[in-house]
Design a protein around this ligand. Structure first.
Ligand code: MG
Ligand code: MG
Length: 273
């Protein structure tokens, strides 16, 4: 049964921004702790405590049987890696995807972190994937379609020699973690559903250094690349409001902790009202 798209009012979008910002602040807190020797279980505990201290509840835990607050996907893991007691090692990359619910609305966003020093090739993959997310967000305008968002990610990442995961996609976001429509990271300009005012989407490029094919590990959760090459994942929550994209989540907290320039473009930081 296809779900229908739930358009949001200005009031709902403001609430969704609060939920998104809880996740943003949580990722910022985790950024202080991602380093060699730290376990993903430790990060998971930190995230849960932090979210509850902010008066929200973890958004993933218990949903679809998910056992954790964050999903931690290391190197060849694309998404849905489960936290464990293995220490992170220098040179790894780890995608941390986190969800929180406040006032009945979900926040859902992700950042891929470098653990210590990483190879130039991995750094390039992270940079291109993050950049593709903003190129996708820029397409979220009246007159455009879902395919314009998809094409922006695919064309930019493939031009850099990377490939796009097909089996997992972005999605509508709101009272449910996964609402309509699906937001693939590959597609054709001018195709797909028309974008409408009040749409709220989780846009999340999943980009592989090698080939696009993925498989699921025996834990039934972790999605890994078939060729064992690294994969990156960045995710923002975005509303289409007054014809333009309004980025509800922010990497500012993470990037300030990491001491790197803020990636939020000028146009994305405007106020709702
Ligand atoms: Mg997510
Ligand atoms: Mg998502």
């Amino acid at each position: 049964m296809a779900k229908s798209i739930v358009l949001k009012t200005a009031e709902e979008i403001l609430l969704m921004r609060e939920s998104a910002r809880i996740v943003s602040r949580t990722l910022g807190e985790l950024a202080r702790h991602v380093r060699p020797g730290v376990t993903t279980n430790y990060l998971d505990q930190l995230a849960e405590t932090y979210i509850r201290d902010l008066g929200a509840v973890p958004g993933f835990k218990g949903l679809y049987g998910c056992p954790s607050t964050i999903l931690t996907s290391i190197d060849d893991a694309v998404i849905h890696g489960l936290p464990n007691d293995k220490p992170l090692e220098e040179g790894m990359i780890v995608s941390i995807d986190c969800g929180a619910v406040l006032n009945g609305y979900h926040g859902d966003h992700a950042y891929t972190f470098a653990v210590g020093e990483i190879s130039p090739e991995k750094a390039h993959l992270l940079e291109v994937t993050k950049r593709s997310l903003y190129l996708a967000i820029e397409q979220m305008r009246i007159g455009n379609r879902i395919g314009d968002i998809s094409y922006a990610v695919q064309s930019y990442c493939e031009a850099h020699g990377f490939s796009i995961v097909r089996e997992f996609v972005g999605h509508g976001l709101g009272r449910e973690l996964h609402e309509a429509p699906e937001v693939p990271n590959y597609g054709r300009k001018g195709h797909g559903k028309a974008l409408q005012n009040g749409m709220t989407l989780a846009i999340e490029p999943m980009v592989n250094m090698g080939k696009k094919e993925v498989r699921i590990l025996a834990d039934k959760w972790t999605v890994v690349t078939k060729d064992g090459q690294p994969s990156a994942h960045f995710e923002h929550d975005v509303a289409l409001w007054e014809g333009k994209p309004l980025v509800l989540s922010t990497f500012d907290f993470v990037e300030d902790v990491l001491g790197i320039p803020r990636s939020t473009p000028e146009w994305a930081s405007k106020e709702l009202v």
